[in-house]
Write a protein that binds this ligand. Structure first.
Ligand code: FAD
Length: 545
């Protein structure tokens, strides 16, 4: 009550709701819809000027999904599914943004969203058993439940290089691309980074720019997208029995309906392995090539190395200059332990006369100067620098709200000083009525996020409704349950090859970030069963009051 009174005096009366949602992307939109249907008064707040989240911010050339769009869609309403048709196998950012706008209109969601409103602090008030959410724009929000649907890849990483401010040319971030587009025609452009956003944008930037220089620290595996119409085999699977197709996705490992492989690599001959690989290469599907080759591809070093070698062979064949080809070949992580990229003309772009690859392992960047970038050995005059340097993944947007103060005023950042700890990736001990969608500890970024988001949202909203109907006002995990989830996470990750890679999954891309694999590697289907089992066992691991 004290906190509420102080804040109301300072900032005007708080907006009173049952549930506050931060974020109006894929997750926030569905939350709002479900919460309303469950009879809750809810508001969503987003820093952005409109709905869309990821697809609102990432407007760089070539931005697309890399999970086939028929899978990367909402599935909660069969009528919505038939009301919308995707034009391509991998839809572009503008099309996905239109889709999310269509969803917002269809369920009349915008009237409960406060745009251009950044959430800055959140404090639990023991007396009233409510959260008080402070914003940078307008009234604070007082709510019973506080849900962060703030995104796993929504906090762009600041540049780590000296001198950015001295550069006289234009500077852009793929994750904050200007809405009016950028004219790169006849300009000398640098792209820093070779992750998914870079791999998507580099071919299109190269077509416009006078010259493109790509600065690469770590090469990534990129697989052909073979974009075009949605493939007929997948479409007919979906259309012949939509409900079964969706259910299979929900029970699958990665949120896309593919069967579990049982044959291991050494049971296959060289020719059989190559045939499987070529089929996967031709399919142009990330999840296919990540899961359908052989059962040991993601869990055994030798089974994985066979895939790596086959992909490196493809890179060698695609890139004419042997030195460039060698620099583009990943050799420091197992295939799949770092998010692979989808390639539409990516490797081929390095055959263009106006494209140069700079291998930062051999010549690191020394500084950004007024005129460009200098490495140990060369300097590059530039008009434009594009940072495709990724995100402070999974925890960045959560920790940016500071403090999130739980019981006894404890701050989440302090509780997470040694890395994120959660129960089920959804809740944190000491933070009653606080929820995260696709938080650390959930399958999130290792899955088709659309499927994970729907599962998380359904679970959370169903729990809130059950809690209310049973006359409880708070829920919070126990310390034991949270520690147990941490151990289970660690056990599962030891079965995969993620332990052999330093990636944004482990926090390695952000200087000073605590290292540890953040997503749950046990798979989407098993995770769903665990969440359901917790409920069936009388909310095992939760304290209700
Ligand atoms: P987001 O879409 O990130 O939305 C979070 C929102 O919260 C943002 O709008 C942000 O402004 C807002 N927010 C954050 N903090 C605050 C705050 N403090 N105050 C107010 N607002 C705040 N996933 C896939 O499964 N398949 C794909 O093919 C795929 N492609 C991707 C391509 C790109 C370029 C990127 C960046 C990501 C991609 N992803 C993909 C992951 C993608 O982020 C998720 O699929 C999904 O869009 C996440 O939705 P969300 O609602 O959880 O978060």
């Amino acid at each position: 009550a004290m906190v509420a009174t102080r804040a109301s005096n300072e900032r005007g009366a708080a907006q009173e709701v049952d549930v506050a949602v931060v974020g109006a992307g894929f997750a926030g939109l569905y939350l709002l819809h479900r919460l309303r249907k469950a009879g809750f008064k809810a508001v969503a707040l987003d820093e952005a000027g409109d709905v869309g989240g990821t697809w609102y911010w990432n407007r760089y050339p070539g931005a697309r999904c890399d999970i086939q769009t028929i899978d990367y869609s909402y599935t909660f309403d069969p009528e919505l599914e038939t009301a919308w048709t995707w034009s391509e196998k991998y839809a572009t950012q503008p099309e996905i943004l239109r889709y999310l706008g269509f969803v917002a209109d269809r369920y009349d969601l915008r009237r409960d969203i406060r745009f251009k409103t950044k959430v800055t602090e959140a404090r639990w008030d023991e007396g009233s058993e409510r959260w008080l959410i402070t914003t940078d724009n307008g009234a604070p929000v007082s709510c019973r439940h506080y849900i962060m649907a703030t995104g796993c890849l929504s906090a762009p990483k600041p540049p780590e290089i000296e001198g950015v401010k001295d550069f006289k040319g234009e500077v852009y971030f793929t994750g904050r691309w200007p809405h009016d587009g950028v004219n790169l025609k006849d300009k000398r452009v640098a792209v820093i980074g070779t992750g998914s956003s870079a791999v998507q944008s580099i071919p299109l930037i190269a077509e416009q720019a006078a010259h493109l220089t790509v600065f690469q620290r770590t090469p990534n595996f990129a697989l052909p997208a073979h974009n075009g119409p949605a493939p007929s085999d997948r479409m007919s699977l979906l259309q012949s029995d939509r409900a079964a197709y969706r259910e299979q996705a929900r029970q699958s490992m990665a949120g896309v309906p593919y069967p579990q492989q049982t044959v291991v690599s050494w049971q296959l001959s060289d020719a059989e392995r190559r045939e499987r690989f070529e089929r996967a290469w031709a399919a142009g599907d990330l999840v296919h090539i990540l899961t359908q080759l052989w059962a040991d591809q993601a869990v055994d070093v030798d089974g994985n190395k066979i895939v790596q070698d086959l992909i490196r062979e493809k890179i060698r064949a695609a890139v004419r200059d042997p030195e460039t080809a060698a620099a583009l070949m990943p050799d420091d992580h197992p295939f799949g332990a770092k998010r692979p990229c989808l390639d539409t003309n990516y490797y081929a772009t390095y055959n263009r006369p106006n494209v140069t690859l700079v291998n930062l392992r051999q010549e690191p960047i020394k500084a950004i100067t007024a005129n460009g970038i200098s490495t140990n050995g060369r300097s590059f005059d530039l008009d434009v620098i594009v940072f495709a340097t990724g995100f402070d993944a999974m925890t960045g947007a959560i920790r940016a709200v500071h403090p999130i103060a739980g019981r006894g005023g404890k701050s989440l950042s302090d509780v997470w000083a040694q890395g994120p700890q959660t129960y089920l990736g959804l809740t944190v001990e000491g933070f009653p009525n606080f929820f995260m969608i696709t938080g650390p500890g959930s399958p999130s970024v290792l899955s088709n996020m659309a499927v994970s988001i729907e599962q998380h949202v359904d679970w959370v909203v169903d729990r809130l409704a059950a809690l209310r109907d049973a006359g409880f006002s708070t829920m919070e995990p126990t310390e034991t349950a949270q520690a147990g989830w941490g151990r289970h996470m660690a056990d599962c990750s030891m079965l995969t090859l993620h332990r052999l890679a330093n990636t944004w999954y482990t926090g390695a891309n952000v200087p000073g970030k605590v290292q540890g694999l953040m997503p749950y590697t046990g798979g989407v289907g098993p995770y769903r069963s665990i969440c359901d089992e917790v409920v069936r066992s009388g909310m095992l691991g939760f304290k209700l009051t």
